[in-house]
Structure formats: C-alpha cells, structure tokens
Design a protein around this ligand. Sequence first.
Ligand code: SF4
Length: 322
Amino acid sequence: MSEYLLEIKSLKKTFPIRKGILGRKIGEVTAINDVSFFIKKGETLGLVGESGCGKSTTGRTLLRLQEPDEGEIFFEGQNITHLSPSKMRHMRKEMQMVFQDPFASLNPRHTVERILEEPLIVHGVTDSAKRKKRVYELLEIVGLSEFHAKRYPHQFSGGQRQRIGIARALALNPKLIVADEPVSALDVSVQSQILNLLQDLQKQLHLTYLFIAHDLAVVRHITNRVGVMYLGSIVELSPSEQIYENPKHPYTQALLSAVPIPKMGERKERIILEGDVPSPANVPKGCPFHTRCPNVMDICRTIRPEFKEVDKDHYTACHLYH
Ligand code: SF4
C-alpha cells in the first residue's frame, strides 16, 4: 500500500484565450505547467504563491473539478486521471474542498441543515433521520450547535460561515481536504480560530490537507512541507522548517523577506521584486522568474532550470544550485 495519499505527476493545465463572437482561439494561458508532488497520509502540504500562480487551479485539477491536459493523478495508489464521471463521483467522497469565500460557496436560499444534507443525499443517504443526526454531529465537530441548523448563511459571521463550509466538506468522511485559502477572507482575529479548528480536526479525523495560501506566514505553523509556485510551476518544495530557515530559491527568499521577523533580534532585509508577474499567456523563456530575479545570470534567460534535490528532501528549480 502506498504511503502517499495523493500523488500528481507532470500535471499540466491550459485555458484557451478566445476572441470574437465565434470564440476563435487566439492563444492559451498556461495555468499549471509540469507540476509534480505527493502528499503523505496525515500530513499537511502547503502550496503558496501570488494570485494567478496556478495554486488554486492545481487544487481543482487534482480533484478533477477541471480536467488536466496532461499528467497523472494517483489517489491511494490508484490512477484516477481518467476515471469515468460516475466512478469519479464515488471517489470524490474521499477528496473534498474548502473554499476561500464561504459566503459565495453556500447557497443563500438554503438553511444550514439543507446545505449539510445535500452531499449526503447525493451520495445515497436516504434515511432522513440518519441525515439529521449527521448534520447535528457535523455542526458539533466544527464548534456550532443544533440550533444553527435552521438558520441561513447570511445570519452567520464570516468565521461561522467557514465552519459551515468545513462541516459540508466533512459530511462524507473524506480522507483528503483541499483547503483553498480558507482564511484569506476572514479577519485576522478569526483566522487563528479556523486554523486551530482545522488542526484539531486533522488529529481527530486523521485528515490529510493540501493547504493553499498566498502568504507564507499563514501556513508556517500548520504545514509539514511547503511548495512555492510561480507562474504555473513549483519552484521550491521542502520540509517547512527548512524553507523558512534556509530558503533556496530567490523567489521564496523574496516572499519570506516580507514575512514578519521570525526570531527576536534578527534583522531581515526586505527584498523588493522589480516589475510585475509576467502574463501566464506569455511565460518568459528560460527560468520563468528571470525577469524579476535579483540574482539573474545569462543562462537563466535561455535555459529553464530543472527541479532538483539540493538538500535532503529539499527541491528547487534554480541555476544557482546546479
Ligand atoms: Fe534567478 Fe536564475 Fe535562479 Fe531563475 S534560475 S531563480 S533567474 S538565479
């Protein structure tokens, strides 16, 4: 039996750019390009990068909420890349998603009870007493109460709504949760409550997480390993401590320089990146980061660096290390 709950190999996803009333294809955006990683059972892998870097597309593609163009997805050793829609529906019980904006992802016209019952109905729980019991159980495990069941999403605070989003994801006892920026839309004071809840649930229910965030500070204390994405590719991946203590890739170093100082007395110089992120419709040749990298060399402009191990379990794609 594989020790990996999930493994993706060379995943690629592009979206067409269309123009005119006939929707003629005039180009394409490379949302994810040759992305590979695994997530071990029970661990939390963080996926971090600026908006538009492909992290959310990676999360959605590995759940097959959108289809990859190339590459393979394995869940518990089984290749699910081409599973039929009906088999995939069955498989999706095991892999659920928590969304960034709980308000947008919860139907405003449905009570919480109905929202939480829905996945149970879709997956064939026909006994309404059983469903009700499960709804109350779910409310309790996310820190809400039975009396919340009859209320509507707008009657809750942002943090409570995210608790409902988490309860819905847990309804079918999944093994993997893809949490797509689950605290970004919340007040800072509420963020840590939701992070603590996710950590408690992980222990209690033996969950495995892919935690997507745009900020390295958010994932620092909850991840076992972190991958950093830039323009559709993973540029660095390592155990969390190593990436925070000794980042290798210049992009990770720049992101980390913006994070509050980790140790008392330690001064960090903020690395300001010049220029904007290039368009994913026009990814630069060579290293995709070369247009903004403070360490750029001639080779970076023409040859794309390979993603290689530079320290134990620490991978990066940068010519500085090869
Ligand atoms: Fe910078 Fe070159 Fe490394 Fe890319 S390969 S991150 S441009 S030093």
